[in-house]
Design a protein around this ligand. Structure first.
Ligand code: PEP
Ligand code: MG
Length: 588
């Protein structure tokens, strides 16, 4: 069978975008064009009637959203569906509603004009924010605004599509995305939006392939066109030819067989066939994913990104809230362990503090910010300690660059323990403390730093960005973001061997660990543990179980002698061909 590269060489009928939700699908396009609502700017004579109409439209919108919320809960679970709860809260916001009502009374204009103007003001503020996340949320609010206006104009809303179609649109609101699944949408393509857009998040939780950020898909694709979506590579083929259909149909069949095989691996150990055991764990971003961790057969949680809590609730959780979240996770995953990472705020993540930094990635981020705000850090340490009573909690520090930061953190942990002891609140006195190795200075100093803690966890997402000096989210330099660059591989080898000299366990929790191609190399380098997103657990386990550890060690040795990324990738691909037939990276 021809490879994707070969297919692309002879094709021009495809578009590319961001691979937002993995999977492959073939189906007819349904191009969804939103009706542009005409806003009546005129003055009104009957203010009381306008207020009644506004309240009715508001009520109808709330009713619609409540229905969507309960449908979403059914479809994707409570945690993911919380997006719609947040929308309902906006519709309930007394300040917003009060402002709109006051302006209708004062300005005597059509309510739809005031609604449009008032909510657009909020949106403008959000669009102007520096964080990508806020910009995405501004798009969500568009849905709320249009919903009220549509109800004021007493228009019906279109949410039905032909059965089993691929929805193509400029933008998709969360409500569009979820409601289209009622008519069995089988995939999504949008002109705008990124990985964090809700259309992408919802598509991932519904297991539907999606390609977003294509710029022109809704112009280039016509209603009824046959499409192939490749959500692994971010590609859409329009009216594919016979060769393309044949290639992707075989791929879909292959994927189906692999998924069946992967399901069977759930209770099997992540062990090479010559007996090297790897601790295969899962990364958790939102607490609801813990069920997925268990379902996918991981042996615990290797990284819980606590900053996501702030992202979800929009503020710092207090100690009690944190204890509740951490204890629930620890109890659910018991007897396996959970590694809770301290808030990694700063860089491109949650920006609670109004810092004006020219280079946020090199600024007050992770442990640096926490040590500048010790009261917040101590609240978190106390909460983690309190959740550790069943002795299955580890605590991990992000963005460590100096020994001083580790020592200072240890002093704070000791202070918190002493406080809890005095307050007669139980905790695990032997809770393991570890650090993320994601800054080159920490990588170089691994042996010394490992002597201070129980474990090291390599964050390759950041380590690569700092080692190669490439912003991990910048398209212009994405070619330089090379996870198989020899400097990355040699640094990983250094961290593992130096960390072990100080008797620390060494694991990896960056995205690299989920790359099938990287797995033999990481195992061969001697990593004790890999932590990957829950959905990647089965395929990583499958690769580990097909490996011979002795051969993987030789592969690592060979890769350490090479001097370009290309050579390393070729060497690993050859290793797959010679030793792990059919397990090349493009399987998944
Ligand atoms: C990493 O940097 O590899 C990592 C796991 O942390 P994050 O992606 O949250 O920065
Ligand atoms: Mg990181």
């Amino acid at each position: 069978m021809k490879g994707l590269k070969e297919i692309l060489k002879h094709s021009s009928n495809y578009l590319t975008g961001i691979a937002a939700a993995p999977g492959l699908t073939i189906g007819k396009a349904y191009v969804f064009t939103k009706e542009v609502l005409e806003i009546n700017h005129n003055e009104i004579t009957d203010v009381d009637e306008a207020i009644v109409l506004f309240n009715e439209a508001l009520e109808k919108s709330q009713k619609e959203l409540r229905k969507i919320f309960s449908f979403a809960k059914e479809k994707m679970g409570e945690v993911r569906a919380a997006i719609f709860e947040a929308h309902l809260m906006i519709l309930d916001d007394p300040v917003l509603i009060g402002n709109i009502s006051d302006r209708i009374k004062k300005e005597k204009r059509f309510p739809e004009f005031i609604v449009d103007d008032e909510i657009s003001k909020y949106q403008q503020l959000m669009f102007g924010a520096s964080e990508h996340y806020m910009k995405e949320r501004a798009l969500d609010i568009e849905d709320i605004k249009n919903r009220i206006i549509r109800n004021l104009q007493k228009k019906r809303w279109q949410s039905k599509i032909p059965l089993e179609a691929i929805v193509v649109s400029g933008n998709l609101t969360p409500a569009d995305t979820i409601l289209f699944t009622k008519s069995a949408a089988i995939g999504y393509v949008t002109d705008h939006g990124g990985l964090t857009s809700h259309a992408a998040i919802i598509a991932r939780s519904l297991n539907l392939p999606a390609v977003v950020g294509t710029h022109h898909a809704s112009e280039k694709i016509n209603d009824g066109d046959l499409l192939i979506i490749d959500g692994f590579h971010g590609m859409i083929f329009i009216n594919p030819d016979e060769n393309q259909i044949k290639y992707f149909t075989q791929k879909i069949q292959h994927l189906f067989e692999i998924n069946l095989e992967l399901q069977g691996l759930k209770d099997k150990p992540a062990e090479t066939f010559d007996g090297r055991k790897i601790n295969l764990l899962a990364n958790v971003d939102v607490s609801g994913e813990v069920d997925l961790v268990v379902a996918k057969g991981a042996k615990g949680i290797g990284l819980f990104r606590t900053e996501q809590i702030i992202e979800e609730i929009g503020e710092f959780p207090d100690e009690e809230e944190q204890v509740k979240i951490y204890s629930t996770l620890a109890d659910t995953i018991y007897p396996e362990n959970i590694t809770i990472r301290a808030f990694d705020i700063g860089g491109d993540k949650v920006r609670q503090f109004d810092l004006q930094e020219a280079n946020p990635f090199l600024g007050l981020r992770g442990v640096r910010l926490l040590l500048e705000n010790e009261h917040l850090f101590k609240i978190q340490i106390r909460a983690v300690l309190r959740a550790s009573v069943h002795k299955n909690v580890n605590f991990m520090i992000p963005m460590v660059s100096t020994l001083q930061e580790i020592k200072r953190t240890k002093i704070l942990v000791d202070e918190c323990k002493a406080e809890l002891h005095k307050e007669k609140i139980p905790y695990d006195n032997h809770m393991k403390l570890g650090i993320m190795i994601e800054v080159p200075s920490a990588a170089v100093m691994s042996r010394d730093y490992a002597a201070e803690v129980d474990f090291l966890s390599i964050g390759t997402n950041d380590l690569i960005q700092y080692l190669m000096a490439v912003d991990r989210g910048n398209d212009y330099v994405s070619d330089l973001y090379q996870e198989f660059h020899p400097s990355v591989i040699r640094t990983l080898a250094h961290i593992v061997s130096e960390g072990k000299k100080s008797n620390a366990t060494v694991s990896i929790c960056g995205e690299m660990a989920a790359d099938t191609l990287a797995v033999p190399l990481l195992v061969g380098l001697g990593l004790d543990s890999l932590s990957v997103s829950p959905s990647a657990v089965p395929s990583v386990k499958r690769t580990i179980r097909a490996l011979n550890y002795e051969k993987a060690k030789l592969l690592a040795e060979e890769c350490l002698s090479l001097s370009t990324e290309e050579q390393i990738i070729k060497t690993i691909e050859k290793f797959f061909k010679d030793n792990l037939i059919q397990r090349t990276r493009n399987i998944l």
